[in-house]
Design a binder for this molecule. Structure first.
Ligand code: SF4
Ligand code: SF4
Length: 447
């Protein structure tokens, strides 16, 4: 009997490559994506560039090499920021390549790590009441003990410890540095109509997000105020986590279950679903693709995704009844990867900010590499903390270089990451969601 070649054995039991070969073949190895890749810029290593990673995935998927720990490390160090996809002249669908690879990376995690992650994605993030309770407990801790208790107790020398306890402690201290101050939680109203119940506005549904609503609950309230000001009514239906964190960690089954729940919760209509977090918005717009093979949900998911709009898109496409106050200080804009690269939303945030840049001082200043990832990337900063901080360093250098007093963005992950870096460097810079800046400007008399 003919023995199977090494290549055939490694491809997969079903005989098909793990990743669609056509996707991988579209890379012409030109390297034009390298300057757009934050991990390549931080490490200088080819294997931590898009071209290098595509090569590794190709080697493994086609059966030319096994997935080793080293290879896994290079692939897991990818931020998934999609800067490479925007830069690529050959139209490589890097996002799809990643999506097909991630479940295989997840399968290689230790069962302990995987169990903890799946528990968080399945049992914690979708339970908004539990999340709010945890948020309130964290807030009470921060009020009583401050935000850097472990750092103060154990000091910087911690980094020299090589023991298991020392390593675990170092990790906890790193995580503590990323934890933002939790604001007071004010429940979002289930339904609001504008004053005078204007007939001119749209009927909308707000997607509030899980992490977004715990750490930036005030941004969701500000979004509602701004939509009401434009004359729209806003409903906040029962909803759950968008599933982005689970999906990007390769736990596709959890993401699919959450997607189906959201599709059912938001009902079947043509009402726009307005999203305040760029990461959630990118995931919600991806439901159509995620569920395209599902007999029951494929069509519903496609219709759902078409209804999704980032809050900046929605507000920029409608009119405010009056003029805003100009920006109070020098401001720069960091484009969240999941808005610019994943959703291709660039014009609307720029239009909204330009509207506020209406005085002669021209306070809106450009940020070099504004569309480069800040290193947050979902839970990347918790899993790959050191590289995430290296990526962040470059971003902070450019922010510092602008002389801006405010850096504006549209994603909770970016806000958490930038706030942590700015706190660490003790820079006199505030991080705000674009909605906060708009809210302050359009409601300046009431403040
Ligand atoms: S991903 Fe695109 S830009 Fe990067 S090497 Fe391949 S073809 Fe060139
Ligand atoms: S997704 Fe981002 S980090 Fe990953 S290869 Fe592309 S540019 Fe680099």
């Amino acid at each position: 009997m003919e023995t199977k070649s090494h290549e055939e054995k490694l491809i997969s039991t079903s005989g098909t490559p793990a990743v669609n070969p056509a996707l991988l073949a579209s890379c012409i190895h030109c390297g034009l994506c390298l300057p757009a890749c934050p991990t390549y810029l931080a490490t200088g290593r080819e294997m931590e560039s898009p071209r290098g990673r595509i090569h590794l995935i190709n080697q493994w998927s086609s059966g030319h090499s096994e997935m080793t720990d080293r290879m896994t490390g290079h692939l897991e160090s990818c931020l998934g920021c999609l800067g490479c996809q925007t830069a690529c002249p050959s139209g490589v669908q890097y996002e799809e390549i990643l999506n097909q690879t991630r479940p295989h990376l997840a399968a290689r995690r230790s069962s302990f790590a995987r169990t903890v992650m799946r528990f968080a994605f399945q049992q914690v993030l979708p339970r908004y009441k539990l999340l709010r309770l945890l948020g309130n407990l964290l807030r009470a801790w921060q009020i009583m003990f401050g935000t850097a208790v472990l750092e103060t107790l154990f000091g910087k020398e911690r980094l020299q410890s090589d023991s298991a306890v020392g390593k675990a402690l170092n990790r906890l201290i790193d995580w503590e540095a990323f934890t933002p101050i939790v604001p007071p939680q004010v429940s979002l109203p289930p339904s609001l109509v504008p004053k005078g119940n204007s007939e001119k506005g749209a009927h909308t549904q707000l997607f509030a997000g899980c992490v977004m609503d715990v750490f930036y609950n005030h941004v969701n309230h500000a979004s509602i105020r701004l939509m009401l000001k434009q004359g729209h009514s806003v409903d906040v239906p029962k909803q759950t986590c968008c599933g982005a964190l689970a999906y990007h960690a390769g736990e596709e089954d959890i993401a699919i279950a959450l997607a189906k729940k959201n599709i059912d919760d938001f009902g079947h209509s043509s009402t726009p679903i307005v999203v305040t977090s760029a990461g959630c918005g990118a995931m919600l717009k991806h439901y159509g693709h995620l569920l395209e093979g599902d007999r029951e949900y494929a069509h519903k998911a496609e219709l759902f995704s078409k209804r999704v709009e980032d809050i900046t898109q929605f507000l920029a496409h409608h009119q405010f009844p009056d003029k805003p106050e100009p920006l109070p200080n020098k401001t720069t804009y960091h484009a969240a990867c999941h808005l610019a690269h994943a959703q291709n939303v660039r014009k609307e945030p720029a239009d909204l900010l330009n509207e506020l840049n209406c005085d002669s001082e021209n306070k809106l200043v450009p940020l070099v590499e504004s569309e480069h990832c800040c290193g947050s990337a979902g839970i990347y900063n918790l899993l790959n903390t050191r590289l995430s901080l290296k990526v962040l360093d470059r971003k902070l250098d450019y922010i510092e270089g602008t002389g801006a007093k405010t850096v504006v963005t549209t994603n909770p992950g970016c806000m958490i990451q930038l706030q942590a870096g700015i706190r660490e460097r003790k820079l006199p810079v505030e991080v705000k969601h674009l909605i906060e800046v708009l809210d302050e400007s359009y409601f300046s008399e009431q403040k």
